[in-house]
Design a protein around this ligand. Structure first.
Ligand SMILES: Nc1nc2c(c(=O)[nH]1)N[C@@H](CN(C=O)c1ccc(C(=O)N[C@@H](CCC(=O)O)C(=O)O)cc1)CN2
Length: 285
C-alpha cells in the first residue's frame, strides 16, 4: 500500500485486537457487553452493514442480537421494541440502522433510545453533552476519523481543518471534535460559494458530501491531510469516495482510501462504544 494512504483496515484490526483483550477482562469480572441492533426493511447496504456489525461483535466477544422488521412495520412496533430494550439490564447498547423507511420518523426513534445505551451517539442528550465537553457517546464515523488521525501521527492542534458537509452523523460532529482538539474549523456545505477558496486553505480536509470524486488536485493544498468519508458508486458502478484519490495523491501528505479508509473504522468504534456502555453501567473504570 502507498505510504501516503492511511490504512483504515489495518488500524481497525489493531483496535479490534486491543478491544478483544478488554472484553476478556470484562468477562472475568462477570460482564459481557451486549448490543441490540434494529433493522427495518430490506435495503441491501444496510443489511450488509448490520451483518458486518454482528460479525465484528462475535469476533471480539461482544454479544449481539439483531431485530429485523419488515419494511411496512409501523413506528409504534419499533418504539415498543426500544422501550423493552431500554428496560432490559442485560442490554448495554442499542442502535437503529439508518436510513429508516420514510413512514418512520427517525428523530422520534432516536429520541426513544435510552441515552446511556445510545452507542451511535445520535440522541440529543449525547449531542448536547458532547458540545458542552461532557462525557458522552460520540458518533462512530467521526470518532473513527479522530482515531485514524491519531494513529497516523497527524497533529491537530493549531491546524486549519475544513469540513465539507454538515450532516448530523458526520459533518457537524467531526468539526466539533476537531475544535475540541484546538483546530481552527471552517464548515462548507451545498450553499458555500466558491468551495475551492476554502478547501485549498485546509491543513486537514474532511469531505463528507456523497458526490463522486468531487475534490480534485486543484482543490487541495500541497501537503494537506485528506479524509474522504464519501461512499458512492461511479458511472461504472465502482465504489468511490468524494475525493479523486488518484489525482490528489501526489499533492497530499496523507489520504484515506475508499474503500478501506474511514468505513472499517465506523464499525470498530461501535464496538468501542458498546464496551464503554457496559463499563459505565457496571461502574468499571
Ligand atoms: N445507525 C447507524 N446507521 C448508519 C451509520 C451509523 O454509524 N449508524 N453509518 C452508515 C453505514 N455504516 C454503518 O452503519 C457503515 C458504512 C460503511 C462501512 C464500511 O466499512 N465501508 C467499506 C465499504 C463497504 C462496501 O464495499 O460497500 C469501506 O469504506 O471500506 C461500514 C459501516 C449509515 N447508516
Amino acid at each position: 500500500m502507498n505510504t501516503k494512504l492511511i490504512d483504515g483496515k489495518e488500524i481497525a484490526k489493531k483496535k479490534r485486537s486491543e478491544m478483544k483483550s478488554r472484553v476478556v477482562e470484562l468477562k472475568r469480572l462477570g460482564v459481557q457487553p451486549h448490543l441490540a441492533v434494529i433493522l427495518v426493511g430490506e435495503d441491501p447496504a444496510s443489511k450488509t452493514y448490520v451483518k458486518n456489525k454482528e460479525k465484528a461483535c462475535q469476533e471480539i466477544g461482544i454479544l449481539s442480537n439483531v431485530f429485523h422488521y419488515e419494511t411496512d412495520t409501523d413506528e409504534r412496533t419499533i418504539l415498543q421494541k426500544i422501550e423493552q430494550l431500554n428496560s432490559d439490564p442485560a442490554i448495554h447498547g442499542i442502535l437503529v440502522q439508518l436510513p429508516l423507511p420514510e413512514h418512520i420518523d427517525a428523530k422520534k426513534i432516536i429520541r426513544a433510545i435510552d441515552p446511556k445505551k445510545d452507542v451511535d451517539g445520535f440522541h440529543p442528550i449525547n449531542i448536547g453533552k458532547r458540545i458542552l465537553g461532557e462525557k458522552s457517546f460520540i458518533p462512530c464515523t467521526p470518532l473513527g476519523i479522530i482515531v485514524m488521525l491519531e494513529e497516523a501521527g497527524v497533529s491537530i492542534s493549531g491546524k486549519h481543518a475544513v469540513v465539507v458537509g454538515r450532516s448530523n452523523i458526520v459533518g457537524k460532529p467531526i468539526g466539533q471534535l476537531l475544535l475540541d482538539k484546538d483546530a481552527t474549523v471552517t464548515y462548507c456545505h451545498s450553499k458555500t460559494k466558491n468551495l475551492k477558496e476554502y478547501t485549498v486553505q485546509a491543513d486537514i480536509l474532511i469531505v463528507a458530501v456523497g458526490k463522486s470524486r468531487l475534490i480534485k488536485a486543484d482543490d487541495v493544498k500541497e501537503g494537506a491531510v485528506v479524509i474522504d468519508v464519501g461512499m458512492n458508486r461511479d458511472e461504472n458502478g465502482k465504489l468511490c469516495g468524494d475525493v479523486d484519490t488518484l489525482e490528489v495523491l501526489p499533492k497530499v501528505s496523507r489520504i484515506t482510501p475508499v474503500p478501506g479508509g474511514v468505513g472499517p473504522m465506523t464499525i470498530t468504534m461501535l464496538l468501542a462504544n458498546t464496551i464503554e456502555a457496559a463499563k459505565t453501567v457496571h461502574k468499571i473504570g
